[in-house]
Design a protein around this ligand. Structure first.
Ligand code: FNR
Length: 398
């Protein structure tokens, strides 16, 4: 079957993967409300639409009432501009000083060799050939050194802070030496969210794989447990005491810029900046941690407002279309990251699949820019979209 959008990889991955693996990749926490919301906030759910009436006048001067539907529960609609020369579109951008081909990057997702034998190597190569950034998970099934050996590329390293700080310090040093350019510090996981499919499946890392970054430290294996093996691993190893003072500690052991991944409020955005974060990632961990947090796209503007342009703000969660990328940028994001589309395409077609996902999103985003009259990222403004609240307001002024 010809793949024409990134979501089409998911059913293929579901068919190919063992149930335990597919469920681990696909699931969210508890009721999975936020999982659905992350995606749906980008478009309309007509069950919640607002109906309006407004008068207009027929040619003979008689009044008439028009009934319309504003839609109550969607993020934004476009306000495209026309008759702008869009024969050349520039999607390039600079992230923390590194020039990349487009504002679409790869989020850290754990254990990619469960999806495909090439795992993180394939993802690294695909990102590099697309000219964009890959973020490698702490819990990758390939080490920082192995991923670096795949060739050149701009890469970030995602960090989970273990109780044993020597382990963390060693790992950060290795990531630095392997040429990683930034640390994405995940701050939403002092404990693992309750992912019920993983509990039912007794999820554990298959015995032929290891969490490669921790192999030499005796922390690379995951024991079987009578619920989720990953939840038990996290409970045993991850530092629940993590706080802002540890961001300072991290800065004392590395000169790499630190992105705080998992911010959803203005308050925490301000604290991140006070604590010298180089950037903020608005993320709810792909809806795998606290259920009933808002869709990231609806939390974005609050965080952007608090950041006041002092540091770049990024977004991940539910990005599946070029139009989604455009909406995030119009609301002030400097770029987006994608998680599951990489895993599902990797499962379906390995490196070629991940390349295809990046190309599909790139092409869709380019088309969205052209049809909105934007020829470079700086042309994308808040005026290119309208939210339901704004639409309601402008109708009431008619
Ligand atoms: C993740 N995510 C994640 N985040 C992180 O900081 N470290 C990690 O190891 C992982 N691992 C992981 C595994 C799987 C299977 C998923 C689905 C997600 C979260 C990830 O970085 C990102 O926030 C979300 O995946 C973004 O949402 P979408 O694009 O998957 O909707």
């Amino acid at each position: 079957m010809e793949i024409t959008n990134v979501s089409e990889y998911e059913p293929i991955a579901k068919e190919k993967l063992p149930k335990m693996v597919y469920d681990y990749y696909a699931s969210g926490a508890e009721d999975q409300w936020t999982l659905k919301e992350n995606r749906e906030a980008f478009f309309q759910d007509s069950r919640f639409s607002l109906v309006y009436t407004r008068p207009y006048w027929l040619q003979d001067g008689r009044p008439c009432w028009m009934v319309g539907n504003l839609g109550g529960r969607y993020l934004a609609r476009f306000r495209p501009r026309i008759l702008i020369d869009v024969s050349k579109i520039d999607m390039t951008t600079t992230i923390l000083g590194f020039k990349i081909s487009m504002p679409i990057m790869i989020a850290p997702t754990a254990m990619q060799k469960m999806a495909h034998p090439e795992g993180e190597y394939a993802t690294a190569r695909a990102a590099s050939s697309a000219g964009t950034i890959m973020t490698l998970s702490s819990w990758a099934t390939s080490s920082v050194e192995e991923v670096a050996s795949t060739g050149p590329g701009i890469r970030f390293f995602q960090l989970y802070v273990y109780r044993d700080r020597n382990v963390v310090a060693q790992l950060v040093r290795r990531a630095e030496r392997a040429g990683f350019k930034a640390i994405a510090l995940t701050v939403d996981t002092p404990r693992l969210g309750r992912r019920e499919a993983d509990i039912k499946n007794r999820f554990t890392l298959p015995p032929f794989l290891t969490l490669k970054n921790f192999e030499g430290l005796d922390l690379g294996k995951m024991d079987k447990s009578d619920d989720s093996g990953l939840a038990s691993y996290v409970a045993g190893q991850i530092d629940r005491t993590l706080s802002w003072k540890d961001v300072k500690w991290l800065q004392s052991i590395t000169s790499l810029p630190i992105l705080v991944k998992g911010v959803l409020t203005a308050e925490d955005a301000s604290l991140a900046i006070q604590n010298k974060a180089a950037g903020i990632i608005v993320s709810n961990h792909g809806a795998r941690q606290l259920d009933y947090v808002p869709a990231t796209i609806t939390a974005l503007e609050e965080v952007v407002g608090a950041a006041r342009g002092r540091v770049p703000v990024f977004l991940d969660g539910g990005v599946r279309r070029g139009t989604d990328v455009f909406k995030a940028l119009a609301l002030g994001a400097s770029g987006v990251f994608i998680g599951r589309p990489v895993l599902f395409s990797l499962a379906a077609e390995g490196e070629a699949g991940v390349r295809k996902v990046l190309k599909l999103l790139r092409d869709e985003f380019e088309l969205t820019m052209a049809l909105s009259g934007c020829i470079s990222l700086k042309d994308i403004t808040r005026n290119h979209i309208i939210t339901p609240a704004e639409a309601k307001h402008s109708i009431s002024r008619l």
